[in-house]
Design a protein around this ligand. Structure first.
Ligand SMILES: [Zn+2]
Length: 484
C-alpha cells in the first residue's frame, strides 16, 4: 500500500505534469511537424499520428505501474535464480495483457550465487570495510584469505609492474569513476571489473579488490560481472564501496605494508534454463520486416532491478502497448525483446542472434533502453548518410520533448550486439545518466529512485520512434559498416 504521503506526492507530480503539458501546448502551438514546409520526407498523416501518440504517452502512460508490479511481485531476478523464471512468467502475462502476441524462446544461463562477503584491513590500521563480490567470482576458502595489498590504477598499470611485484598479493584496482550525463566514466572504470582478475591471476595475485565502478558515496559496493580467462587460475574478486576504497587508498599512502582479509561465499552452480520474452504487433503490410525494441529482464541480486533494467522493459513495453491500441497495426512488425541474462554474459542476446540468424537482415531498425530512467535529451542514429532527411524529420517530432539529434553514431545497446554484423540501423534515445551510476548494480536500485514524470517522457520518446519506424514507407536501408 502506498503511504498517504506518497500518494499526495504523486498527485502533486501529476499536477506538475499537467502544468508542463499545457505549457508545452502553448510553446509548441504550431509544432514543427504541422508545417509541411518543415518536414522533408514524412507525409503529414504519419507525423500527425506520431505526434498524437507522443502526447498521449506524455499525458497518461503507465510504465510506472509495470515497474512497481515487477519489483514488488518478482523483485531481484539474477540469471538462473527462481526469480529469473518467475520474471519470465510475469512478463508473458503482462505483455499478453497489453494486446501483444507473446512467446518465449529458451536460453541456457549460468547460475551464480553470492553467499556472504566480508572484508577488513588488518594492518597498519585495522578497519572493517564494506564490499560485495563481483558476479561470477569464486569463493575464498572457509575462513578467508589474508595477504598484502598492492595498489594500481588500472589494468595498464598492472601490466607495467616489475615481474614478481604482485606474487602472493591482493591487487587493489583503484580507478575512480567520474560522473557524466551520458555515463562516459563507466567504460574506463569498468575495465578492471571485467578483466582485472583474469589479468592479475597469471602474475601470481591471490585475489582482486576494486574500487566500485560506480559514483555512489553510499557505503556499499557496486557489483557486476567479471570474466575469467580460459586456462587461467580463478581468484576471488570483490568491489569496495567508494568510501572504503578511499580508506584503503589512505592506508596505502602511509607507505606502511597494508594487509587485507577477504572472505567470500560465492558459488557457481550448474546452468539453468531461462527465456527471452518476445511480444509482437504483427505488421499489416510487411509482417516479415521487424522493428526491434530491446531491454533486459534479468537484474543483479542486490536491489530489485527497478532501474536496471525494469525501467527499460517498462518503457519499450508501454510504447508497444500504446501502438497496439491503435485501430490498425503499423505497416511492419513491432517486436519487443526482453532479453534473458544481459548482466552476466549476454546469454539472451546470443540466443536471439542464433535463433534469428536468417532474419537479421529483415530487421529494419532497432533501439534498446538500458540506461535507467533520467530524461532523454539526445537522439543518436546509425543510418546511411542519404537517410539523414528521415532522421531530421524524426528529430522534429521529438523536439517538443526537449530531444535533439547529435552526430555521435548510435551504439545500440548490449542486447543488440548480434544485429551489428547485419548492419541494422540503430537509434539511441539515451537517458540522462548523471545519477544512474549512484544506483547501478547496488542495493539502492529500487522503485523509489524513479521519477514517474521522467518515465512518461521516456515512453513518449520511444513510442514516437517506434511508431515512425514501424509505419514509415521509407526504406531505411542498411547502416554503415560498424567500426572496430
Ligand atoms: Zn542493464
Amino acid at each position: 500500500m502506498p503511504s498517504m504521503l506518497s500518494s499526495v506526492r504523486r498527485s502533486l507530480r501529476a499536477s506538475v505534469v499537467l502544468a508542463n503539458v499545457s505549457l508545452a501546448t502553448v510553446l509548441f502551438a504550431t509544432p514543427a511537424w504541422s508545417d509541411p514546409s518543415k518536414l522533408e520526407v514524412f507525409p503529414a498523416e504519419l507525423a500527425r499520428v506520431a505526434a498524437e501518440l507522443r502526447d498521449k504517452a506524455l499525458a497518461e502512460s503507465d510504465a510506472y505501474d509495470f515497474i512497481a508490479s515487477l519489483t514488488t511481485e518478482v523483485g531481484p531476478r539474477p540469471a538462473g535464480s527462481v526469480n529469473d523464471r518467475r520474471a519470465v512468467a510475469w512478463a508473458v502475462e503482462r505483455l499478453t495483457s497489453y494486446g501483444l502476441e507473446v512467446r518465449t524462446e529458451p536460453v541456457t544461463v549460468p547460475h551464480w550465487v553470492r553467499g556472504k562477503a566480508a572484508g577488513r584491513i588488518v594492518a597498519p590500521y585495522p578497519q572493517h570495510v564494506e564490499l560485495v563480490a563481483l558476479g561470477g567470482s569464486i569463493g575464498t576458502p572457509e575462513g578467508g584469505i589474508e595477504a598484502e595489498v598492492i595498489e594500481v590504477e588500472g589494468v595498464d598499470a598492472l601490466e607495467a609492474l616489475e615481474p614478481g611485484a604482485v606474487e602472493g598479493k591482493i591487487v587493489f584496482f583503484n580507478r575512480r569513476m567520474t560522473r557524466h550525463p551520458q555515463g562516459a566514466g563507466y567504460g574506463p572504470a569498468v575495465q578492471a571489473r571485467g578483466s582485472g582478475p583474469a589479468k592479475a591471476s597469471p602474475l601470481g595475485a591471490v585475489a582482486v579488490i576494486i574500487r566500485s565502478a560506480g559514483t555512489s558515496s553510499h557505503r556499499f559496493g557496486h557489483t557486476g560481472g567479471t570474466r575469467y580467462a580460459d586456462g587461467v587460475r580463478k581468484i576471488p574478486a570483490a568491489a569496495l564501496s567508494n568510501a572504503d576504497a578511499d580508506m584503503l587508498e589512505r592506508q596505502v599512502a602511509t607507505g606502511k605494508p597494508v594487509r587485507f582479509h577477504l572472505e567470500l561465499g560465492c558459488r557457481n552452480l550448474p546452468d539453468e534454463m531461462s527465456a527471452n520474452v518476445i511480444g509482437e504487433i504483427r505488421g499489416r503490410e510487411k509482417p516479415d520486416e521487424i522493428v526491434l525494441l530491446a531491454a533486459h529482464l534479468d537484474s543483479w541480486d542486490l536491489g530489485t532491478g527497478a532501474i536496471d533494467d525494469g525501467a527499460g522493459c517498462a518503457i519499450v513495453s508501454e510504447a508497444a502497448r500504446i501502438i497496439a491500441a491503435l485501430p490498425q497495426a503499423p505497416r511492419r512488425t513491432l517486436r519487443v525483446f526482453l532479453a534473458a541474462n544481459e548482466e552476466f554474459g549476454l546469454s539472451g542476446a546470443r540466443a536471439y542472434g542464433e535463433l534469428h540468424a536468417d532474419q537479421l537482415v529483415n530487421h529494419t531498425a532497432a533501439a534498446e533502453s538500458d540506461l535507467g530512467v533520467g530524461k532523454v535529451s539526445i537522439l543518436r542514429s546509425r543510418v546511411a548518410p542519404d537517410r539523414m532527411p528521415w532522421v531530421r524529420d524524426l528529430e522534429r517530432l521529438l523536439s517538443p520533448l526537449g530531444i535533439s539529434h547529435v552526430d555521435t553514431p548510435a551504439f545500440g545497446g548490449a542486447d543488440l550486439r548480434p544485429l551489428r554484423p547485419a548492419r541494422v540501423p540503430f537509434f539511441d534515445l539515451p537517458q540522462d545518466a548523471t545519477l544512474y551510476f549512484d544506483y547501478h548494480h547496488t542495493a539502492d536500485d529500487t522503485l523509489d529512485k524513479l521519477d514517474p514524470e521522467d518515465l512518461r517522457q521516456n515512453v513518449a520518446a520511444y513510442v514516437t520512434l517506434a511508431y515512425l519506424l514501424a509505419e514509415t514507407e521509407t526504406d531505411l536501408g542498411r547502416a554503415p559498416e560498424p567500426e572496430q
